[in-house]
Design a binder for this molecule. Structure first.
Ligand code: G
Ligand code: G
Ligand code: NA
Ligand code: MN
Length: 252
């Protein structure tokens, strides 16, 4: 059995898992959302999420994979709502998904079937991936935004940032790449870049998220810089659903 056929089987038979990592508001100190991250559990030969996504993109399985991810994300969101945890889930989207002619229609129908309102699902896309096909990506993201999907720009500051392009996107949130965050407390240059990025993004009307926050010192610096939301191991690693519910139950 090839790895591709195993992946196809895993998608069709619900063998993949979505882990969730919370996002904390530095103002309200509440969990205001979760990022969904794919996992392939119970394998003798572990496959990392990066390998899994690369394999799905090469083999054409990214289309059924993303559809499974979206359905599962909406399912997990309903289960969280039932438990009293009301927050949207962010899903990572590949540029290839935006090339599917029926993607926006699929997403709209799925949202309707779950009675999901605007913001139940957010899409995260990287600036670098958009640049492969900027015109069509913009069209697709506008259609999705009209269908109730807010957009977040992932890994901001890690690639070739083209703000002149990004400002045309229907994005409401910018996530500063973790390479600029992990050593924030040791590197003056990173503090200059992050502080300036936060100010600029605020002036442009974006909510700013810092990802990869691992310690209290970094959290305090980001709070001082006016960063809106944080994500990272300081809160928790991405957790399977039951683990997340336990973790949430321990939050103030
Ligand atoms: O969980 P981890 O940090 O190892 O994820 C590795 C990479 O895989 C990240 O860049 C993340 O954006 C990507 N990734 C995780 N889950 C998904 C998914 O459901 N779809 C896509 N397209 N990428 C994902
Ligand atoms: O590319 P994207 O930003 O979607 O990648 C998210 C990845 O970052 C996931 O693989 C997740 O496991 C990882 N991650 C989340 N929080 C932290 C953190 O605090 N430190 C590090 N090193 N990685 C993190
Ligand atoms: Na992401
Ligand atoms: Mn990221």
């Amino acid at each position: 059995l090839t790895l591709v056929s195993e992946l196809r089987h895993a998608i069709d038979n619900n063998k993949l898992a979505l882990y969730l990592q919370p996002k904390l508001s530095l103002k309200s100190r509440q969990i205001v959302g979760y990022e969904a991250l794919i996992r392939w559990p119970d394998r003798e030969q572990p496959v990392t999420p990066d390998q899994l996504i690369a394999l799905a993109e090469q083999s054409g399985l990214i289309k059924p994979l993303t559809r499974w991810v979206l359905q599962e994300a909406l399912h997990l969101r309903s289960r969280l709502l039932e438990l009293g945890f009301d927050a949207g889930i962010a899903v990572n989207i590949s540029p290839n998904n935006l090339r599917e002619p029926d993607f926006a229609v699929f997403v709209q129908r799925l949202m309707q079937s779950f009675h999901a309102h605007m913001g139940a699902i957010t899409f995260e896309v990287t600036e670098t991936s958009m640049m492969q096909d900027p015109v069509n990506s913009l069209k697709a993201l506008n259609a999705l935004n009209a269908a109730g999907i807010p957009l977040s720009i992932d890994d901001f500051g890690s690639g070739y940032s083209s703000l002149s392009y990004i400002k045309q996107l229907p994005a409401s949130e910018i996530k500063i790449d973790r390479s600029l965050i992990t050593e924030l407390s040791h590197r003056e240059e990173d503090r200059v870049i992050v502080r300036t990025t936060i100010d600029m993004c605020h002036s442009l009307g974006y909510t700013v998220v810092a990802e990869g926050v691992e310690d209290e010192e970094t959290l305090a610096l980001l709070e001082d810089m006016g960063c809106d939301l944080i994500q990272g191991y300081i809160l928790t690693r991405p957790l399977p659903f039951d683990g997340l519910v336990d973790w949430m139950s321990g939050q103030p």
